[in-house]
Design a binder for this molecule. Structure first.
Ligand code: AMP
Length: 235
């Protein structure tokens, strides 16, 4: 299975991704975890990422995209993966699409975790006390939720349009949320089969798969790189 987990900070993506990775026996690729381990090891990537993470900002697209594409090209991802925390911008989603389409390995499903803002604050504040993450201070939490709303939330439409999206209620016991996810994945598979789409990846019209008619990436890889470079220049 090639699955993306979307959702605001504090929605429980990491917990569920670890459980699903075990269930499907595939790697859990968490961009946040990769950055944190690079910060801990003091690598150059870690030093770049830390400046953004501490402020609750997103690491520039071209840095993240290169890192994820490199990770997904590892042999252990050949049979599938669970992406947790990527993509977080439309440019990242487009880059992922281009990469997967080029390899004829489209996504199977995108799960978007939903929880009320008060619940997210409560969880993030609890995690701050417990784990002492440098990006879990009150102001940073607020900013991260704003960044989610402006930069990442548009991906809900992006993937809904491609008929890949399932919304998951992320509130409740961990086991119950996992059960909801597995139900959602089953339902998506069934509806895909009913639409005659064998690879479980619609493009919005419910008939052709996303490689076929109707799949129109908004830009090419060059445009993604240009935009990322422009982002960096403007900082
Ligand atoms: P997370 O653990 O997924 O909440 O990620 C922690 C931090 O890492 C985020 O607040 C960002 O600063 C950075 N980060 C993780 N994934 C991405 C991404 N896909 N794009 C940009 N920044 C990211």
């Amino acid at each position: 299975m090639r699955i993306v987990l979307l959702g605001p900070p504090g929605a429980g993506k990491g917990t569920q991704a670890a459980r699903l990775a075990q269930h499907f026996d595939c790697p859990h690729v968490s961009t946040g975890d990769i950055f944190r381990s690079n910060v801990a090891e003091g690598t150059e990537l870690g030093q770049i990422a830390k400046q953004y993470m501490d402020q609750g900002d997103l690491v520039p697209d071209e840095v993240v995209i290169a890192m994820v594409m490199d990770r997904l090209s590892s042999p252990d991802c050949a049979g599938g993966f669970l992406l947790d925390g990527f993509p977080r911008t439309v440019a990242q989603a487009e880059a992922l699409d281009l990469n997967l389409v080029a390899q004829d390995t489209p996504l199977h499903s995108v799960l978007c975790f939903e929880a009320a803002d008060e619940e997210l604050y409560r969880r993030l504040a609890g995690r701050s006390a417990e784990l002492k993450r440098s990006d879990d201070g009150e102001e940073t939490i607020r900013h991260r939720l704003e960044v989610y709303a402006t930069k990442t939330r548009p991906l809900v439409d992006y993937y809904m349009h491609r008929r890949l999206l399932s919304i998951v209620d992320a509130v409740g016991h961990v086991e119950d949320v996992t059960a909801r996810i597995l139900d959602a994945l089953d339902a998506a598979r069934l509806s895909d089969r009913a639409n005659g789409n064998g690879n479980h990846a619609g493009n919005g019209d419910g008939h052709a798969n996303r490689h076929g008619r109707g799949y129109q990436p908004r830009s090419g890889a060059g445009a993604v790189a240009d935009r990322a470079a422009a982002t960096l220049r403007s900082r």
